[in-house]
Write a protein that binds this ligand. Structure first.
Ligand code: ZN
Length: 449
């Protein structure tokens, strides 16, 4: 034990990194994909190994049964008046196309300071971040100066039942601060809080015009073409500039996205167009964005000269943070119905909805967190928006309305989460471990000037 200073914690985290890397590699070796059809043993092994690691860090641990799902790992440690919930998930995306991986997905490999493997970033880096922060505090202080509860879920990637569990068991989420370590900085070395998440609604639109295909030579002309009707409907989803108009948006106040970097992340040439008007970050975060994500129509191969009697499409609408999802779903469905041309029959079926989130950052814990990030990275933090919606967030905000929610983690844009060659930058992970340890110390009443 030593005096708790920024430097003693920095030193402790540095010394702890080799073991933390080894533990992360151990977790990455377990193919804990919880999607239907994948074996359950690795999922349970990942839960148990995560539990063991937290127990070895001095936490009281249990595997919490979740109705209709995989168990969550819960670990409790510490004292003090501040309650902090530390969230991550131990399940991973499927590996996908094995040939697209430079090294096998479940054989963690170090290249250029990055640890490659499925789940290395999403979200076993989140487990490592919490584990490292607890270990560093234990090493320097001999205890954890806040009441910390780690909650590590096992079915995040496949939309598991934890959000419902939280709604039914609100006691699990009672905290002053909730850290969701399932995101990343906007670039390596750029400390970032994700403070805006888009919501999502989708719907399926079907057009049926005829009971069967009709020979286009004999009937084409007056015979109503379902595919053409569907294309006219879909064409109204964006205006002539490529802007989505179905629900309103608003300007973004946080860090601005860089267009050149954006193009590079997408693998786009500089002369290819981007859709929409106005600031890029508005288009990415605070304005609606519609996509056609599926289309059923006869394939070109084997196409015959017939008027198409039936076609359908799935339409997905990303929503500005804070948009009411039911309102948006109604607006999308009404829009699709109203856009039907020529009086054809259209059936619109509402699909999934996920609530977005606009996070307040003016509380005392955010002050501690901004200070901690600046100490760990040597520069002030920024706020950014992120595309994916996190269903758990809405549940947490409902049951713990007073909690300050923080989305921070080690998944930088180069982490390629959900894609082949997923990886985490180990120095970035080290800085995030330090940032979390410093924040917890400060929340525990230490390290204040
Ligand atoms: Zn994740």
């Amino acid at each position: 034990m030593s005096t708790c200073t920024v430097e003693s914690l920095r030193e402790a985290v540095r010394e702890l990194m080799p073991q933390l890397q080894a533990d992360l590699e151990h977790l990455v070796r377990i193919p804990s994909c919880a999607f239907a059809g994948f074996p359950r043993e690795p999922v349970h092994e990942a839960a148990e190994e995560t539990r063991r690691l937290f127990a070895e860090a001095g936490m009281q641990t249990e595997l919490l049964p979740i109705d209709g799902g995989e168990p969550a790992v819960v670990g409790r440690v510490g004292e003090g008046s501040t309650r902090v919930l530390l969230y991550a998930h131990y399940d991973v995306q499927p590996a996908g196309d094995l040939d697209a991986w430079t090294t096998p997905p479940f054989e963690p490999t170090l290249r250029g300071g990055r640890l490659y493997g499925r789940g290395a970033a999403d979200d076993k880096s989140g487990i490592a971040m919490h584990l490292g922060a607890i270990r560093a505090l234990q090493r320097v202080l001999g205890h954890v100066p806040v009441q910390a509860v780690a909650l590590i879920e096992g079915e995040e990637e496949c939309g598991g039942p934890l959000p419902e569990y939280v709604l039914e068991h609100p006691e699990i989420a009672q905290a002053d601060v909730i850290v969701i370590a399932d995101v990343g900085n906007r670039a390596i070395g750029e400390p970032t809080f994700v403070t805006a998440l888009r919501g999502l609604v989708d719907a399926t639109v079907e057009v049926r015009t005829l009971p069967r295909p009709a020979h286009s030579g004999m009937y084409g002309g007056p015979a109503p073409d379902a595919l053409l009707a569907l294309i006219r409907i879909l064409d109204t989803l964006r205006d002539e500039n490529g802007d989505t108009t179905i629900v309103p948006g608003h300007p973004w106040q946080g860090a601005q996205a860089d267009e050149a970097e954006f193009r590079e992340e997408l693998g786009m040439r500089p002369d290819q167009p981007l859709l929409g008007t106005g600031p890029l970050t508005d288009r990415l975060v605070t304005r609606p964005a519609v996509s056609v994500i599926g289309l059923d129509a006869p394939p070109v191969e084997g196409a015959i000269n017939a008027v198409i009697p039936y076609a359908r499409a799935k339409v997905s609408l990303r929503l500005p943070p804070g948009t009411d999802t039911q309102m948006a779903m109604d607006a999308l469905c009404d829009h699709l119905r109203d856009a039907a041309p020529w009086g054809v029959d259209v059936t619109v079926t509402p699909g999934e909805q996920g609530r977005g989130c606009a996070i307040a950052t003016d509380g005392p814990a955010y002050e501690a967190a901004r200070w901690a990030m600046e100490q760990a990275f040597g520069k002030p933090s920024a706020e950014a928006g992120e595309g994916g919606s996190i269903p758990l967030l809405a549940a947490l905000a409902d049951v713990a309305p007073g909690a300050e929610i923080m989305l921070m983690g080690a998944e930088d844009p180069g982490a390629l989460i959900h894609a082949p060659d997923e990886s985490v930058d180990l120095e970035e992970l080290e800085r995030m471990v330090l940032a979390e340890a410093l924040m917890l110390a400060r929340l525990g009443g230490l390290l204040s000037e």
